[in-house]
Structures are given as C-alpha cells and as structure tokens.
Design a protein around this ligand. Sequence first.
Ligand SMILES: Nc1ncnc2c1ncn2[C@@H]1O[C@H](COP(=O)(O)OP(=O)(O)OP(=O)(O)O)[C@@H](O)[C@H]1O
Ligand SMILES: [Mg+2]
Length: 252
Amino acid sequence: MGHLSVKHISQSFEKDSGESTKALEDVSLEIEDGEFVCIIGPSGCGKTTLLRIIAGLDIPDSGQVTLDGDTITVPDPRRGMVFQEYSLFPWRTVMENITFGMEMQHVPQAERLKTAEEYLNLVGLEQFRNSYPYELSGGMRQRVAIVRALANNPSVLLMDEPFGALDAQTRNLLQQELLQIWSKKKITILFVTHSVDEAVYLADRIVVMSARPGKVKEIVTVTLPRPRDRTSRQANELRNKLLEELAEERKK
Ligand SMILES: Nc1ncnc2c1ncn2[C@@H]1O[C@H](COP(=O)(O)OP(=O)(O)OP(=O)(O)O)[C@@H](O)[C@H]1O
Ligand SMILES: [Mg+2]
C-alpha cells in the first residue's frame, strides 16, 4: 500500500539575519497507491523541503502527511529516499550498501544476501557486488542507490533529482529501467526533477509548483500511452505547455 496524503503543509526557515523565508505555503496533494507523480518548479520553490517532510526528515510548521492513514513523523524504510548524488556509503561495497537497511532491521544474513542478489540482477550489477562506489560510473551509482532503497521493500519511493548529474543517454536508460521496476514492484513514486522532458516521459501526473513561497500551481494528468514516444506531437505539446508555465514562474 502507498497512498500518500499531504495536507496543508507550510514551512518557513529562519535566516541568519533573523528574517524568515517561507518555503512552502499550504501545499496539499493526494497521491494514489502505485501512482508515479513528478514535481517540477523553479529552483528554490521548496521541492526538496517537501520531499524531506514526506520522508519524515523534517517536521513542518503546520499541516501533516499521512501514508495509508498513518501520520508521518520520523523516517521509516517504508519510504525509501534517493538523492541526487553521493548518497552511497563510500566505505561499503555495492553489496554492503544494498544490505545496509536490512541490517538495521535485523533481517537474517541469508535473507539479506538473497534479496540483495535479486536487486543486483535487476539492475545488471552482479559483476560489481564487491566494488566500492568510487569504482563505479555515475549511472551505476544511482542504480545502486535505487536498489538500496528498494531492498527495504518500501511502499513509497521519494526521489530528488536522482538523474540530474547524468549524461542524457545514461539518464534516458535509467528512466526506462526505473519504469520497469515501478511496474514490476507496483510502488508509489514521487519524483522531483528540473527536466520537463523527464517528467513527461515518466509521470502519471505532473505537479507544477509556483515560485517562493512554494504552492501547487497546477496538476497535469499525462494521458500519453506507455511506452512513451518522446518525439510524438502530444509529448511535444505537453512539454511546451509546461515550459511556458515554468517560464511564467521564473519571471515572478
Ligand atoms: N535548512 C534550511 N535552512 C534555511 N533555509 C532553507 C533550508 N532548507 C531550505 N531552505 C530555503 O527554503 C527554500 C526552498 O528550498 P528547497 O531546497 O526546498 O528548494 P528546491 O525547490 O528543492 O530548489 P532546487 O530546485 O534548487 O533544488 C529556499 O529558499 C531555501 O533557501
Ligand atoms: Mg532541491
């Protein structure tokens, strides 16, 4: 199960100067179990702040987030998080990174290794089980970061620009792999991106956020059939519409 309900979230931050910045203002969002939702919006509009609140890493000033009816107050492996880069433990091998969460939950060793092998296979990294993160390419590292989160069997995967640092070709490949994993595991995914192309390729719905303070400006349902053709006329039209909306926000 993975129904996320974000209700009237507001969040401000104190600056060193003493003034406060309003990062999020009255953000509400319902995300269905198994849905793939992308969030786009100008830099600084509060996307990471929102994801951190949903992860339970931060407590909002007001409002609440529930997962299947339970209020989120602390991090929990049922909500896996994948960051932009460098989120692997550099002192652990690929295998040890993947088994980390299961160790924390005292999953027996034999089961940990079995699960980790399954995920190594899923992303084709069997040959690299004993490698350290510095020995991997950027794309391989992000694959490990994704399966490390998945190995905890989460119902929700929160992803903050996970492919932002990758070259275009690797990025497209990882998008395809992520969609395959998503349809196989039937998890809910909330995915922050700066790329309109990425959002149109991945999402069931796209949440467009407005500039500071961050609010939900619009929610667009993407009806393009899967597997999607990035070059289709409909994809193009949708990208143009979203780019215009983002440009409007940047002018503010
Ligand atoms: N820990 C913090 N302390 C003070 N201010 C913060 C903190 N975290 C975020 N902010 C402020 O909140 C606002 C939103 O930041 P956030 O990182 O959520 O934006 P974002 O949408 O993820 O931006 P980007 O697209 O550049 O990653 C910014 O004005 C930022 O300066
Ligand atoms: Mg961010």
